[in-house]
Design a protein around this ligand. Structure first.
Ligand code: SAM
Length: 328
């Protein structure tokens, strides 16, 4: 297996694959209430196409894959894809990011297929608020999904909480409580100004530093290690079973350690969530491109991977894709 090193000397070994742009929720900060024009079925990569790209990327040095979306679990037979990716030589770890709504139906099946771990996005622990934030979701479904993930032995189970001032900043300590007795790993994320995001405003932004101050007042905090590929800084409330951490995309740029590529559901490869630079792999693939051409195109994305993202906190037209289309 090769090694992919970009021009800033970062090792690129992690591929995030969006398997669909469809979602079964409409989170107010992510999607318009009316939804978006979803890609047609033909636009989406088939499982075989995803596996072909992941297989070539694995030969080049990718060894970790994350499935995301849209909501990955709305794609039919996802466990089949997990199994196909797990069988690729060189892929050591498959993980998934999900809203958890369908996880109770699939957690065991996914685990058997080769899924190692899961991140569940959950921004509130209050049923009425969950309905407001997701526009119609049921908190109970997400919580049952988390239980099913633990029960199936997916490990670690991480809970991604988007920090939204005035929406869930009064629940930070409730999320910490969740980590005391359960092996759950809560990570607080900073809100990013992404294309088409009508909900974004500076007033809704809460920094990880502000959240950490709240955590420090909650109890004795110590550093912790959690396995994963992400940029989180992790901590634990003394003697807690689980941990909490922070992903400070805006206030503490972690681009110098960025190891990832992103494959959109319609087969474009991107080196950065916030950059418009992308390479269409789907069309060459469908037109019979051989392995050498596809490797060349993947290399092109690695070579043009930006040094860092350009988000500052001001809204910028960062990309023609919505978060749900690139795969958050
Ligand atoms: N449906 C899956 C889920 O809910 O985890 C995967 C896709 S969702 C787009 C992935 C993550 O992106 C979620 O954790 C969500 O909170 C996050 N996200 C969406 N919009 C965001 C934004 N503007 N800033 C930061 N994170 C965002």
């Amino acid at each position: 297996m090769g090694k992919l090193i970009d021009k800033y000397n970062r090792r690129v070994d992690y591929l995030r694959i969006s398997v669909t742009d469809r979602c079964n929720l409409r989170c107010v900060y992510c999607l318009p209430g009316c939804g978006i024009d979803n890609k047609s079925h033909d636009d989406l990569l088939t499982f075989e196409e995803i596996v072909r790209i992941a297989g070539i990327a694995a030969q080049m040095g990718i060894n970790k894959v994350r499935l995301t979306g849209g909501e990955p679990l709305v794609r039919k037979n996802l466990a089949v894809l997990v199994k196909m990716v797990a069988e690729i030589e060189g892929i050591d770890e498959i993980s998934m990011t999900t809203n958890g709504i369908l996880l109770k139906d699939y957690a065991h099946q996914l685990k058997r297929a080769g899924l190692k771990r899961v991140n569940v996005s959950l921004d509130t622990l209050r049923g009425d608020r969950f309905k407001d934030v997701t526009r119609f979701g049921e908190l109970r479904d997400a919580m049952e999904g988390i239980e099913a993930a633990l029960d199936a032995g997916l490990h670690p189970v991480k809970i991604n909480v988007l920090l939204l001032a005035g929406v869930n900043d009064d629940e930070i300590t409730d999320f910490l409580r969740l980590t005391i007795d359960r092996p759950l790993h809560v990570r607080f994320l900073e809100f990013m100004p992404i294309t088409g995001n009508e909900f974004w405003s500076e007033k809704r932004f809460l920094s990880c530093k502000e959240a950490m101050d709240i955590c420090n007042r909650f109890g004795r905090v110590e550093s912790a290690n959690v396995s994963g590929n992400g940029p989180a800084r992790n901590f634990r409330i003394e003697n807690a079973s689980g941990t909490f951490g922070f992903i400070a995309a805006l206030t503490d740029k972690f681009c110098s350690a960025c190891n990832r590529l992103r494959l959109t559901s319609d087969g474009h490869l991107k080196g950065c969530l916030h950059s418009d630079l992308k390479v269409n792999l789907r069309d060459p693939l469908r037109n019979g491109a051989d392995e050498g051409i596809l490797k060349h195109l993947i290399r092109l994305v690695v070579d043009t991977k930006p040094r860092e993202h350009s988000l500052t906190g001001d809204f910028v037209e960062a990309s023609e894709y919505l978060m749900s289309q690139i795969g958050g």
